[in-house]
Write a protein that binds this ligand. Structure first.
Ligand SMILES: Cc1ncc(C[n+]2csc(CCOP(=O)(O)OP(=O)(O)O)c2C)c(N)n1
Length: 321
């Protein structure tokens, strides 16, 4: 399915929104305004945006510890996200969850997840609910290439294939798990083979090409909605930043990052080039979008800074006793 021009411009805006949001979050972290730990999605924006553009608002997604991009792509509110990152009372989880625990059920986001592979089980369960209710919805699980080695993927893949559940497994192959190159620990580096025992389709794509991601996801969503079951999408990409902020990156091949920050490879720069070359948007239009996105994130930053801290009494709320 080819994305309409308006959809393409919206995809560009969303990718930029994720990038600028994360740059702001990183800045807050470096200035010690934000505490805890956080994982940057920079460089992977085309995957969240391309997949979510193929979904309806009430479809489900599950996210990961690297989850800001998924939530924003699904329509999350940057003000509430930024406030949550700063631990403020107005945040998505009243400041108690932080970066790795944001969920927004109103847009079908079942949550970021600190458990590697944890979202795979949740998305498969949500897909079972869709199948049981016969409500036409689908569920997408985003997870990393490290997570595909977790046993939960195979338990879920079996059930999803058995009952032809409307679930799409999106493995973001960003080449790293924490501080290791994942290529070093795959017995077979063709990850599409991981779906063979279960008999459902799997496809490996350029995850930095947002239109390719969109087309592939749209096809998988179509299959899922008409009862043809799961698809595995292996989206090849590259983790530009460290595992967390502050990662010394001393395990990386020197000069490698720079080769992914070019007009040919960076998902935003290359899409910008495409939009101009295909005359879908003018340079002026893209500049306006950039200005709007920066303004939107500035608003989110101010909202978060001006939001109150949770009162001490909040310690006793939202807990099981
Ligand atoms: C079950 C579990 N095991 C180990 C960890 C520690 N851990 C956090 S992130 C991570 C690497 C995950 O790699 P990947 O799935 O490729 O995602 P990426 O960080 O590359 O986005 C590990 C091992 C964890 N959080 N949960």
């Amino acid at each position: 399915m080819i994305a309409h021009d308006d959809t393409q411009i919206e995809m560009y805006r969303k990718m930029l929104l994720i990038r600028v949001f994360e740059e702001q979050a990183r800045d807050f972290f470096m200035k010690n305004v934000m505490r805890g730990s956080t994982h940057m999605y920079i460089g992977q924006e085309a995957i969240a945006v391309g997949v979510c553009a193929a979904l309806e608002q009430n479809d489900y997604i599950t996210s990961t510890h690297r989850g800001h991009g998924h939530l924003l792509a699904k329509g999350g509110n940057p003000d509430l996200m930024m406030a949550e990152l700063l631990g403020k009372a107005n945040g998505y989880c009243k400041g108690k969850g932080g970066s790795m625990h944001i969920a927004d059920l109103s847009i079908g986001n079942l949550g970021a997840n600190g458990i590697v592979g944890g979202g795979i089980g949740l998305a498969t369960g949500a897909a079972f609910a869709c199948y049981y209710r016969d409500d036409g919805r689908v569920a997408v699980s985003f997870f990393g290439d490290g997570a595909i080695n977790q046993g939960v993927f195979y338990e879920c893949a079996n059930m999803a294939a058995l009952w032809k559940l409307p679930v799409i497994y999106v493995c973001e192959r960003n080449r790293f798990a924490e501080f290791s190159y994942t290529d070093r620990y795959f017995a077979d580096s063709d990850l599409t083979k991981r779906a063979i025992p279960f008999g459902f389709p799997a496809v490996a794509i350029d995850g930095n090409d947002v239109l390719k991601v969109y087309e592939t996801a749209a096809e998988a969503v179509k299959r899922a909605r008409i009862g043809q079951g799961p698809t595995l999408i292996v989206a090849n990409t590259y983790r530009i930043m460290g595992h967390t902020i502050g990662d010394p990156l001393n395990y990386r091949i020197k000069g490698e990052v720079e080769t992914w920050q070019t007009e040919e490879r960076d998902p935003i720069l290359r899409f910008e080039k495409h939009l101009i070359q295909q005359e879908i948007a003018s340079i002026e239009q893209l500049q306006q979008i950039k200005a709007d996105v920066h303004q939107r994130i500035e608003h989110a930053a101010q909202f978060a800074l001006n939001s109150p801290e949770p009162p001490p009494s909040a310690l006793w709320e939202d807990i099981y006793a």
